[in-house]
Ligand binder design. Structure first.
Ligand code: SAH
Ligand code: F3S
Length: 489
């Protein structure tokens, strides 16, 4: 049975159905092919889009050939991400040449950035819909049927899709995502996200807790709370983060901060694993660290992007903290959450980055010794502060060389950290068969490290204790020594 039909059977509150259903499904009998690029938030948004269109009558398909509507949920974070989307759109247009009825739409950050130019210059798409306008999709598709251009890239101050029950697409039925904030107010000078996703707003905590409980009841074992900057989650009855200072004294006193939300979710589903992404060093409070330490079901893992190890570059990036403050935060994490897994995002070759700045990045990495990381060469994004005011003056070969040095150092640290886990036994939530071998399963430790072990009689969705016997930079290899929890069979 497909995932969609399982979800269809899941009870939906009357109220929810009413709010989502804009009008009876004009998409009846039509098939939607939906492809997502970029961050986890985009994959999560696609599940909201599928839900909205399912109520309009659309059925999702994995077969491009049978689709009536193709939607691409796009990413603008680096130039390469946009190029990938353009190439994919070319492929879809080849298909459209054979089947002129096929409709092609662009969603997400690139829709917001490129906007009408998609029609005027490139003639690649029929539909352009920004990240805050997905509720309008059924109406826009109707416009399209009437032969008109369909575009909505209006960014919202309120939209959090809080009432929409996502259709879980292509997942494993074990781990899932729930969005808690949208947009970002941080304005890092290199980053396009504040322009494509708008102002930061938080979702009603009650609806977050309800969605997490629903996931648990549907058999999910792990949830990741998503936001561009989860630490600045702030609910005071609705409204933008930036307007909090203007809220009533009462609203301020009863506001829900990220640490409060973590307590609420952890208590609501005490047997479910809880992760969150992404943390921002300038906004991460000790209360959050204590919440992680207090609840055994909150994973001991923090993705803590730093971008650079140089205080001078951090300032140019508008990151809101310097190198020393970051070290102090790392020290507090290590003290409050012993054994916590840590990962980074790093950018090589930001405008004006000198060899000395680069050495600062390498030495910061030596201090932290991250478990793993995501590393990128700086890519200038139109309209960002860096693009407008700074010269992208680090030559490409230098960017690449620095990036390679950063990657090599991370590989070394990952290998060292994983080697230190050999001999230890970890509780592993099994996510599925290993890609390399049908006879092996894979899962993750609380620190988010991947563990592979022989399948025996164990199955996906089970909690197994695994003793680590060997390691590589990417994986721990071990042997199951019994259930960590009795299997739910
Ligand atoms: N706070 C966000 C960050 C989104 S972007 C989150 O939820 O992860 C993810 C990463 O892409 C950033 O941390 C940064 O390392 C990288 N990045 C963003 N803009 C970039 C640019 N212009 N060039 C290169 N890398 C970039
Ligand atoms: Fe981008 Fe900085 Fe926000 S990296 S998403 S502006 S925290």
């Amino acid at each position: 049975m497909s995932k969609i039909s399982e979800i269809e059977r899941a009870p939906l509150g009357e109220e929810r159905q009413g709010e989502v259903m804009i009008r009876e499904g004009l998409g009846q009998g039509k098939k939607l092919y939906l492809e997502s690029y970029g961050c986890q938030m985009n994959f999560s948004d696609s599940e909201i889009v599928a839900s909205i269109l399912q109520k309009d009558g659309y059925e999702t398909t994995n077969n491009l050939e049978e689709a009536d509507l193709v939607l691409l949920n796009t990413c603008s974070i680096r130039e390469k991400a946009e190029q990938t989307v353009r190439n994919r759109l070319d492929q879809f247009n080849t298909l459209k040449a054979k089947n002129p009825e096929l409709k092609i739409g662009v969603l997400g950050c690139m829709a917001e950035r490129v906007r009408e130019k998609f029609f005027d210059e490139e003639k690649l798409v029929d539909l352009v819909v920004g990240p805050d306008a997905y509720r309008d999709l059924p109406n826009l598709l109707e416009e399209l049927d009437g032969g008109r251009k369909a575009v909505n890239v209006i960014l919202s101050k309120e939209e959090t899709y809080h009432d929409i029950e996502p259709v879980r697409l292509g997942g494993n039925g074990i781990t899932s995502f729930v969005s808690i904030t949208r947009g970002c107010d941080n304005m890092c000078t290199f980053c396009v996200v504040p322009f494509t996703r708008g102002r930061e707003r938080s979702r009603d905590p009650q609806t977050i807790v309800e969605e997490v409980i629903q996931l648990w009841n549907d058999g999910y074992q792990e949830v990741t709370l998503l936001g561009q900057n989860v630490d600045s989650y702030l609910w005071y009855g609705g409204g933008l983060k930036k307007d909090f200072a203007k809220a009533s004294t009462m609203a301020q006193a009863t506001a829900v901060h990220f640490a409060d939300l973590l307590h609420m979710v952890a208590q609501a589903v005490p047997d479910m694993r809880i992760r969150f992404s992404t943390s921002n060093p300038q906004d991460m409070k000790d209360e959050v660290l204590h919440a992680i330490a207090d609840h055994p079901n909150i994973c001991k893992y923090i993705h803590l992007p730093v971008q650079s190890g140089s205080s001078r570059i951090l300032k140019e990036m508008n990151r809101g903290h310097n190198r020393e403050e970051y070290f102090a935060l790392i020290d507090r994490i290590r003290r409050i959450i012993p054994g916590c897994g840590l990962s980074q995002d790093m950018i090589a070759g930001f405008p004006g980055e000198t060899e000395e700045d680069h050495q600062d990045t390498l030495s910061l990495m030596e201090y932290v010794k991250y478990d793993f990381g995501y590393m990128f060469a700086y890519s200038e994004r139109p309209n960002t502060f860096a693009a407008r005011k700074m010269d992208d003056n680090v030559p490409l070969e230098v960017k690449k060389r620095r990036l390679n040095e950063i990657i090599a150092l991370q590989q070394k640290h990952s290998a060292e950290r994983n080697a230190a886990y050999v001999g230890q036994t970890f509780e592993v939530l099994v996510e599925g068969r290993s890609k390399r071998s049908e006879d092996d399963l894979f899962g993750r430790t609380t620190q988010n490290t991947v563990v592979v072990f022989p399948r025996e009689d164990y199955r996906a969705g089970e909690w197994v204790n695994v003793t680590v016997e060997r390691s590589t930079a990417a994986t721990l290899l071990g042997k199951a020594v019994g259930y960590a929890r009795p299997p739910r069979r």
